[in-house]
Write a protein that binds this ligand. Structure first.
Ligand SMILES: Nc1nc2c(c(=O)[nH]1)N[C@H]1C(S)=C(S)[C@@H](COP(=O)(O)O)O[C@H]1N2
Ligand SMILES: [Mo]
Length: 316
């Protein structure tokens, strides 16, 4: 076969996104969900989708929330966008951006399920359109001891939770990333990894006002290498908790396993709060390297967010 890549049924070439393609996308998506009815629904949906795309485009850049605008020097955008951990594509941080070409991020059904009042499957764009986007400057600290400071665009995860209504028995939220080896070459090269990537938070961590659903960075929609179209960002935890390109949000009773915990439980425990005093089994966490300047900084407890979050862990 000339082309070994088998495209999913809704595949369209990315470069030609026009309202007409948005229309076709949308229909294919609804069909997949078993929702496509006659022409009326089809064209109404198409209109809605075209409107939705236009509306989303107009949301960037979102207003910066002054509470999260500490005047820190931002990491250079092109460096943040070419130094990515996204193992679905490659382990080589500098090459992720070059390998995301086949990754299709629209349409993007997200399933909200489990112990929740309003379970649903909804396209990422429609979901995001229900919220007011804001920009927040956050520190970001990877467990590998590098860090950056970036302006994320999105909204608090708590707002989404309020809308879908977790039941009182729900104690944890589990997130899952897409599972499409044909679009993500790293998945095939690491066959022993427990794909798709999955993560979790306690309900109080998920409800904390710092925890964000992120749709953009540096005033624009998320580039694919940063986890398009929708990811989570939890700034007081090591970077791997901030799961990219999510397709599933599930409310559950028991603490979920996580991808990295499954691979090495002693190195990547569920909680994984940034803590300079607790070394990784193979290296110190006392300092961090800023990815663009190369500066060595002292790592702060909870990545600098102790005043906001230490109380979640019985500490002040
Ligand atoms: N699905 C998925 N999410 C992921 C990862 C990944 O490999 N796959 N890597 C994590 C790690 S280790 C880090 S440090 C951050 C990196 O985010 P960035 O590339 O936007 O800086 O994404 C996290 N989310
Ligand atoms: Mo990381």
């Amino acid at each position: 076969m000339a082309n070994p890549i088998i495209h999913p049924p809704w595949h369209i070439p990315e470069r030609s996104v026009t309202p007409e393609h948005v229309f076709r996308n949308r229909r294919a998506f609804l069909k997949e969900l078993g929702l496509a009815g006659g022409g009326i629904l089809g064209s109404a949906a198409a209109l809605q989708s075209a409107e939705s795309a236009a509306k989303s485009a107009g949301k960037y850049p979102a207003a910066r929330n002054p509470k999260f605008n500490p005047g820190w020097r931002l990491t250079d955008a092109s460096i943040a966008g070419s130094y990515n951990n996204f193992y679905e594509f490659t382990l080589d941080k500098q090459r992720v951006k070059d390998l995301v070409g086949n990754f299709q991020t629209s349409p993007w059904p997200i399933q909200i399920s489990g112990l929740v009042e309003k379970p649903q499957t909804i396209d990422a764009q429609e979901l995001v359109d229900q919220f007011t986007l804001e920009e927040r400057v956050y520190r970001f600290r990877c467990v590998e001891a590098w860090s950056m400071i970036v302006p994320w665009t999105g909204f608090p995860l708590s707002k989404l939770l309020e809308k879908v209504g977790p039941k009182s028995e729900a104690k944890f939220v589990r997130f899952e990333t897409f599972n499409r080896p044909a679009q993500a070459p790293g998945m095939l090269r690491l066959p022993n990894y427990p794909w798709p990537y999955f993560e979790g938070l306690r309900m109080d961590e998920a409800m904390h006002p710092l925890t964000m659903v992120v749709t953009g960075i540096y005033g624009k929609p998320l580039p694919k290498q940063h986890g398009a179209p929708v990811r989570i960002v939890v700034p007081w935890k090591y970077g791997y908790k901030s799961i990219k390109s999510i397709v599933k949000i599930e409310f559950i009773k028991e603490q979920p396993k996580t991808f990295w915990e499954t691979l090495a439980a002693d190195e990547y425990p569920f909680e994984s709060n940034v803590n300079p005093k607790v070394p990784h089994p193979r290296w110190s966490q006392a300092t961090e390297r800023v990815i663009d300047t190369g500066d060595r900084l002292k790592t702060l407890p909870y990545n600098g967010y102790a005043a906001e979050v230490a109380k979640l862990y019985g500490k002040t």
